[in-house]
Design a protein around this ligand. Structure first.
Ligand code: SF4
Length: 698
């Protein structure tokens, strides 16, 4: 490219949690193409999104000026609205006017109704510094802890279980440790689609002799590399995993030395799983007792074994119980704290780890420190020179309910798209429409922005500097490569301007100054400085010294709990919130596609990616299509108790009979119109992976 590119800038991919390092090749301030760098999580590799997903910032519908809703225009999705020409519904405004109006609406609501009338959704697509500033604004300006982001829809249940059992919400080992493992369990995840570059390392591990075990209701591309696949009945995770624990206990495959030295509560767990035999659990799991025994033995007797999981585990009303079971398996067998062992929830968005670490969570301050802890609060009150609320805030779905109940009246939403991503969209959209004041900061007039009073034009990832933290706990720098279009502004600048209008004396000049403040409030960033990130590109936390590389595998000696020991947390099988029945006999499950990211706000505006997957599809097993008397490609209508969508069918031999998979990125057939908002009681995550539905030819 040296013949055509006039500049090259090193950065990180803005899509999934793998955190691939890449180089933008730029000419005349436009990204010509992108190549992989030798980063610790990608070794020069990129997937299709990292290669072809960078033209969205120049899409014709890109926001380049602040917008204010025109008087009398109703809030909501209007089929006649053209995001490329928003002037039918909004008028252009100066930054001063838009910021004044945005802030005044929120300040007035706080004055009239108190701090609980306001809430904010930050974004896992933004940098660590932006996440830090956003939660700081909500906590010190709005005056509440009503701040959350898409971790609530992603791995909140995994984090709840990890915090409870091992005292840390992050992975215990990077996915590269799979190359050192004898056995790798992949459960409730589909890495070839959702973490594609990580999947290439799983394939490499399999070729080197690692035995891959897939435990999932659906088949997947990595099945071709698997030593064994357990396809079980959707929703029966806890039954299956408890049966594995039963085998490990009754056949005494337990690592007693490890359990005695590093854990507590094993005797209670052993007693608890005694009746949960493979024979007792098999009927609900749809897996033979012998297959359960085989997998349990294989995992337990391996010298080094790892467990990776995704949203197939976390997005259930028993998501926290699912993760508790996985943690118990690892603890009982001593499979943490050594190379080739560990627990790894594969994080979804590129910065969901970092945004969570930075405190974009309602019940904890940065580094998962409880808001109710007076000592913790005192430390942040000193750092921020502001008193802080001690009551935990509401979570994503709870905030939508509080809007419907009339208690939350104003919101600030940065980079999230709840009008597409929340469960039971009709309810979520009605809530957004009923807000008295909504400020949205984004790149486009997203579905959510169509409910806004004020829209603030934000910065795309290649247009700004910032750090992000990937699934492996690697903190990495993204660099500004191209200029902002029109009047669009860096997100940290916009948050600061709103904070100033709340009377906060903020004066940051660059994200590096925000990062410096973060290192004063977050022990996880000890020995990691902005300058070090600029120099070394990537540093893993926890990091013991300024010149140490950071810990790829953690908790060899002790866990970060009060006793230094990890805890077993027994669970009992629970049914899905909405089991299938005669009226709704099919299981609906939702998720992502390889080419499209989340609600599609970026990838559906990336030409190559949208050409590859241009329309909504429902994936069905061949037998299911035959039962419906449909040929692949013919339309199907999917109905749940909450709504109905119609979309084209696709035959997928990896699907189980009695199931349908719908990606949630297509506004024209929005999967979340159908999904169930029932929450896991601990992680407060909705059951996206199981809703009872009915299929019919359209
Ligand atoms: Fe980007 Fe993830 Fe693909 Fe890597 S694997 S290029 S981080 S989307």
């Amino acid at each position: 490219d040296s013949a055509v590119a006039d500049r090259r800038i090193d950065s990180v991919c803005p899509y999934c949690g793998v955190g691939c390092q890449l180089t933008y090749h730029i000419k005349d301030d436009a990204i010509l193409h992108v190549s992989g760098r030798d980063g610790p999580s990608n070794h020069n590799r990129l997937c299709v999104k990292g290669r072809f997903g960078f033209d969205y910032p120049r899409h014709p519908a890109r926001l380049t000026t602040p917008l204010i809703r025109k008087p009398g225009v109703p809030k909501g999705l209007d089929p006649a609205f053209d995001p490329a020409d928003p002037t039918s519904h909004f008028r252009e405004a100066s930054w001063d006017e838009a910021l004044d109006l945005a802030a005044r609406g929120l300040v007035d609501l706080k004055a009239a109704h108190g701090p609980d009338a306001l809430a904010g959704f930050g974004s896992a697509k933004c940098s660590n510094e932006e996440a830090w500033l956003f939660q700081k604004l909500v906590r010190t300006g709005f005056g509440s802890n009503h701040v959350d982001h898409c971790t609530r829809l992603c791995h909140a249940s995994s984090v709840a279980a990890l915090m409870e059992c091992i005292g840390s919400g992050a992975v215990t080992a990077s996915f590269m440790q799979a190359l050192e493992a004898d056995v790798v369990i992949l459960t409730g995840c589909n890495p070839a689609v959702n973490h594609p570059v990580a999947a290439t390392f799983f394939k490499q591990a399999a070729k080197q002799g690692t035995r891959i075990i897939i435990i999932d209701p659906r088949g997947q591309a990595l099945g071709a590399y698997a030593h064994q696949t357990l396809r079980f009945t959707p929703g029966a995770d806890v039954a299956l995993l408890n049966a594995m624990l039963n085998v490990i206990v009754t056949e005494d495959l337990v690592d007693h030395d490890y359990v005695d030295a590093h854990t507590e509560g094993f005797a209670t767990l052993a007693e608890h799983v005694r009746e949960l035999t493979p024979e007792a659990m098999a009927p609900s799991c749809g897996v033979s007792p012998e297959a359960i025994r085989q997998v349990a033995r294989e995992y337990a007797t391996a010298e080094r074994a790892m467990i990776f999981w995704g949203m197939g585990i976390s997005q259930h009303v028993h998501g926290t119980d699912n993760a508790r079971c996985l943690i118990s398996l690892a603890l009982a067998c001593g499979h943490t704290g050594r190379p080739g062992t560990g627990l790894h929830p594969l994080r979804g968005q590129n910065n969901v780890q970092g945004a969570s670490d930075a405190g974009l969570i309602p019940m904890v301050l940065p580094d998962y420190q409880p808001v109710g802890d007076a000592q913790v609060r005192a430390a942040f009150e000193e750092l921020w020179a502001t008193p802080l609320e001690e009551r935990p805030g509401l979570t994503v779905v709870e905030i939508m309910d509080a809007i419907a109940a009339g208690t939350i009246k104003g919101m600030y939403i940065l980079g999230e798209n709840p009008a597409m991503s929340d469960p039971d969209l009709e309810h979520a959209r009605a809530s957004l429409a009923s807000l008295e004041h909504l400020v949205v900061q984004d790149l486009f007039v997203t579905e959510t922005a169509q409910f806004a009073d004020v829209i603030l034009p934000a910065s795309a990832w290649p247009e700004k500097d910032g750090s992000v933290t990937n699934t492996n706990r690697q903190v990495q720098l993204g660099r500004r490569a191209v200029p902002l279009p029109g009047e669009a502004r860096p997100d940290w600048w916009i948050i600061q301007e709103l904070a100033r209008r709340f009377g906060l004396a903020w004066d940051y000049g660059h994200p590096r100054e925000v990062f410096a403040e973060m290192t004063r409030g977050m022990a996880s960033l000890d020995h990691i400085s902005w300058e070090r990130l600029e120099r070394e590109q990537s540093v893993t936390y926890p990091c013991p010294a300024d010149d140490a590389p950071g810990a790829d595998v953690v908790f060899s000696d002790a866990f970060p709990t009060a006793t230094g020991r990890a805890k077993f947390s027994p669970t009992l099988p629970l049914p899905p919130d909405e089991p299938v029945d005669g009226d709704y006999p099919t299981v609906l499950t939702t998720g992502r596609q390889l080419e499209h990211w989340h609600t599609g706000s970026m990838t559906r505006r990336a030409r190559v990616l949208d050409d590859l997957e241009p329309e909504a599809v429902a994936s069905l097993a061949p037998g299911e299509l035959r039962r419906l008397r449909l040929a692949p490609g013919e339309p199907v209508t999917i109905t749940t108790r909450r709504g109905q969508i119609t979309l084209r069918t696709r035959v997928d031999p990896a699907m189980a009979e009695g199931m349908v998979f719908v990606p949630f990125c297509y506004a024209e057939a929005a999967a979340n119109v159908l999904t169930n908002p029932a929450l896991d009681p601990y992680g407060k995550i909705p059951e996206f992976k199981y809703a009872a539905c009915r299929l019919a030819p359209a």
